[in-house]
Design a protein around this ligand. Structure first.
Ligand SMILES: C[S@@+](CC[C@H](N)C(=O)[O-])C[C@H]1O[C@@H](n2cnc3c(N)ncnc32)[C@H](O)[C@@H]1O
Length: 219
């Protein structure tokens, strides 16, 4: 009798834990865990991403949750031509390369700081994606004029005060159905206003990590 009572109590105590573990996705731990590599190329990219974090070789980089979002969006859009404004040391670029390995595309990324561009180049080489990436050094407000359309996906992440100049220069190059992403939208209110008041665009705000404004160019 005592044994049966103990068993019932154990089951009752276990139910809430089972419900919690089965009913809810542990969002924070999931977004900060790396994706599972499906081949050697992905394993190599993920290894360099992990090493960059371990050795503190990132520079104001997107957190892992946002990196996963960048990669997923690029793959979903079947992006073959990606433009990134603000390379840093190549961390976000490597997340795009995860998608580009599958889509067979190319990343053109713009960086004003020579040392960071060099470090990014090294990271792309180490990850085996050197051929997938072109780094354009210089002030992107000017060098962006070298970019040729059509672009499938553009990502703005220079941390400067206004992203609207980049938006205006990228918009004619992005194909209809293409995406324009901007990091930390909460700190770029003029940009958010520009992308949410243009009838040719549709924007959602993804607010995991440090956030992304995800804008579809409808026509
Ligand atoms: C926030 S960091 C980029 C981080 C990178 N996207 C990542 O997640 O790994 C911003 C970078 O933009 C670069 N940058 C700032 N102003 C720029 C400009 N006008 N042209 C090109 N790069 C610029 C900075 O030198 C810096 O490396």
């Amino acid at each position: 009798m005592v044994k049966r009572l103990a068993a019932v109590i154990c089951v009752l105590l276990a139910i809430p834990f089972l419900a919690l573990s089965q009913g809810r996705v542990p969002r924070e731990s999931y977004s900060s865990s790396p994706p599972l590599a499906k081949n050697e190329a992905e394993r190599r990219i993920l290894a360099v991403l992990a090493e960059m974090v371990k050795l503190h070789q990132t520079y104001e980089s997107v957190p892992m949750a946002d990196g996963k979002a960048l990669s997923l969006l690029a793959e979903t859009a079947d992006a073959k031509r990606i433009a990134e404004i603000g390379t840093g040391t190549g961390y976000s670029g490597l997340w795009f390369c995860l998608a580009l390995e599958g889509t067979g595309g190319h990343l053109t990324t713009f960086e004003i700081n020579h040392e960071r561009a060099m470090l990014a180049r090294k990271h792309f080489q180490e990850a085996g994606v050197g051929k997938l990436v072109t780094i354009v050094e210089g002030n992107a407000h000017q060098t962006i004029s070298r970019l040729k359309g059509p672009i499938d996906l553009a990502f703005i992440d220079t941390g400067e005060a206004s992203y609207v100049d980049y938006l205006n220069k990228l918009l004619p190059l992005v194909r209809p159905g293409g995406l324009i992403l901007a990091h930390t939208p909460e700190t770029h209110t003029d940009y958010v206003k520009a992308v949410t008041t243009n009838p040719d665009l549709e924007t959602i705000l993804y607010m995991q990590g440090r956030g992304l404004a995800v804008t579809l160019k409808k026509r």
